[in-house]
Design a binder for this molecule. Structure first.
Ligand code: BGC
Length: 559
């Protein structure tokens, strides 16, 4: 029997470094996750997705993998992994792991072999080595820039000590890109997929799923200045598709789809509906939908939704466009507001200046906005998101209303973006700070010592899970109510009927999904609350005057 569980699943992203630290070394670990699965079951999610925990020198927080089939000792062991999966499954929680196929770490045995081998060798052929331009090969093979800033090429020293070839890295220089036209690379990744499928994982979130194939000849390319780092448009304005972005010779090349068809066929040989979810920063939405055609992936992250401002008209358009684009290929839409690469939505939704994806925010960022407004909007935005049909992704800590940490000291920052831009871009550390579990404990109960790999702000006591558990009106209670209501009313499996609002310039959106009417007031002015039983509200209501304030979403049961 197929349940197609992924069409409606609420999937909670765990960033293992920052979730829970069982051994008190300041770094979260797999044993910590296992201990906290009860809290996640109580939250009401269907699946977890774990960011990488594989063997890695951690130059990009584990997205630089040195061994795809082992656990880094920082996070535990394969035995800890197996224990975590079986405990999750016992609680009815599915487990999705991250797969990083665009690049490996420079410490991967293949890359070390490539460095030791000669130009033109089979070892070099697994990556994208090229001779340089210029009389002595002293210029990079083309003008591509790294997503993290600086050139996308690094020159090596040949084994004989002479300046040598260059290798491509769309990200950090410690993350060489594989050559996916090489069958050996393809076969290796089939082996990796089987390794984790055999261990019982329910699926893979595929990192940089739009980047693995590069245009023939690696032609020069200058990205538009205002584009998001990962390819999609970004900013406070409604996402505008820049046709130039669509032409980047390293994003969204047609050749990637053949790889996903191959993987889908492999996954389909396993029982239990294992899934593939694409991280593809591509726009517009009908283009993203190519990743989820029936014989490709199951889901793709909806970054157009994530990047939409808190504004009724823009939201209505992106919701319609999402449902239409994915339905056209028979896929569910997904919804997401935060992850480990973007400014947390409790901060982002109050920003008053554009902030391209990946740039992050810090003490010198203009237009940071008011934190209370940000939290109110974040709660309202989540209440809207969790009423939509489809699958929703949550990022650890958003259920606590965590803001982005803005005041991280410069010497604590670890994102390669920060280093590669000489501090011009803050990068993503502010959304990765270890979670607060208990107000009064050391490291707020992240571990049982005061160690935390990124410092936690002094102001986080009130955000701790323990301080919110069972407290009416807390963000945690709101998330629990939303997830329970979403399930009880079949909203993820439902369909959306607009009732009102969303016209250009309007502040209010109203729609119906089954027996629930959802009203989101994205403006500042209170509006009349229609009659009906209030099922959930994202913020306080003035029941006496039958009004809902601005930046609030309400779910009503209607006849
Ligand atoms: C991941 C990032 C990572 C990058 C390179 C992304 O899309 O989500 O965290 O830095 O891929 O692997």
């Amino acid at each position: 029997m197929t349940s197609e569980w992924w069409r409606t699943a609420a999937i909670y992203q765990i960033y293992p470094r920052s979730f829970a630290d069982a051994n008190g070394d300041g770094m979260g670990d797999l044993a910590g996750i296992t201990q906290r699965l009860g809290d996640l079951a109580e939250l009401g999610i269907d699946a977890i997705w774990l960011s990488p925990f594989y063997t890695s020198p951690q130059k990009d927080a584990g997205y630089d993998v040195a061994d795809y089939c082992d656990v880094d000792p920082l996070f535990g062991s394969l035995t800890d992994f197996d224990a975590m999966v079986s405990e999750a499954h016992a609680r009815g929680i599915r487990v999705i792991v991250d797969l990083v196929p665009n690049h490996s770490s420079d410490q991967h045995v293949w890359f070390q072999q490539a460095l030791a081998a000669a130009p033109g060798s089979a070892e070099r052929g697994r990556y994208l080595f090229r001779d340089g331009r210029g009389a002595d090969g002293e210029l990079a093979p083309n003008n591509w820039e790294s997503v993290f800033g600086g050139p996308a090429w690094t020159r090596i020293t040949e084994p004989d000590g002479t300046p040598g070839q260059w290798y491509l890295h769309l990200f950090d220089s410690s993350q060489p890109d594989f050559d996916w036209t090489n069958e050996e690379v393809r076969e290796e990744f089939r082996r990796i997929l089987r390794f984790w499928l055999d261990r019982g994982v329910d699926g893979f979130r595929v990192d940089v799923a739009h980047g693995m194939i590069k245009a023939d000849g690696l032609p020069d390319w200058t990205p538009p200045a205002e584009g998001g780092s990962m390819g999609g448009a970004a900013g406070l304005e409604e996402a505008v598709v820049d046709p130039a972005v669509a032409q980047a010779p390293y994003w969204a090349q047609d050749g990637v789809h053949e790889i996903y068809r191959d993987w889908r066929a492999l996954l389909d040989t396993y029982p239990g509906e294992r899934i593939l979810a694409a991280e593809a920063w591509v726009d517009p939405l009908p283009r993203v939908a190519k990743w989820v055609r029936p014989d490709e992936m199951h889901q793709a992250f909806n970054f157009a939704y994530l990047e939409t401002p808190w504004q009724a008209g823009a939201l209505r358009r992106v919701i319609d466009d999402s449902i239409d684009a994915f339905a056209a290929v028979g896929a569910p839409s997904t919804w997401v507001l935060s992850n480990h690469d973007v400014v947390r939505h409790a901060t982002r939704l109050a920003l008053t200046e554009p902030n391209p994806q990946g740039h992050g925010v810090g003490p010198r960022t203009p237009g940071l906005g008011d934190p209370a407004t940000g939290l109110r909007r974040a709660r309202a935005a989540t209440a809207l998101m969790l009423a939509l049909p489809g699958s929703a992704y949550l990022y650890q800590g958003e259920e606590l209303g965590l803001p982005e940490v803005i005041e991280l000291p410069d010497d604590a920052r670890q994102d390669p973006t920060w280093f590669r831009t000489n501090g011009e871009r803050y990068g993503r550390d502010g959304c990765r700070v270890p979670l607060p579990w208990a107000s009064a404990a050391q490291s707020y109960g992240f571990g049982d010592t005061d160690a935390a790999w990124l410092p936690q702000p002094a102001s986080w006591a009130s955000f701790a899970r323990e301080a919110q558990q069972g407290v009416e009106g807390s963000t945690l209670s709101l998330y629990q109510a939303l997830l329970a209501g979403r399930r009880a009313h079949g909203l993820a499996d439902g369909s959306l009927e607009w009732l009102d609002g969303g016209a250009d310039g309007a502040d209010v959106l109203t729609f119906r999904n089954g027996d629930v009417t959802v009203i989101a007031n994205t403006g500042a002015t209170p509006v009349a609350l229609p009659a009906g039983e209030v099922l959930v509200t994202s913020g306080p209501l003035d029941v006496a005057s039958a009004e809902m304030p601005g930046d609030t979403t309400v779910w009503l049961r209607t006849a």
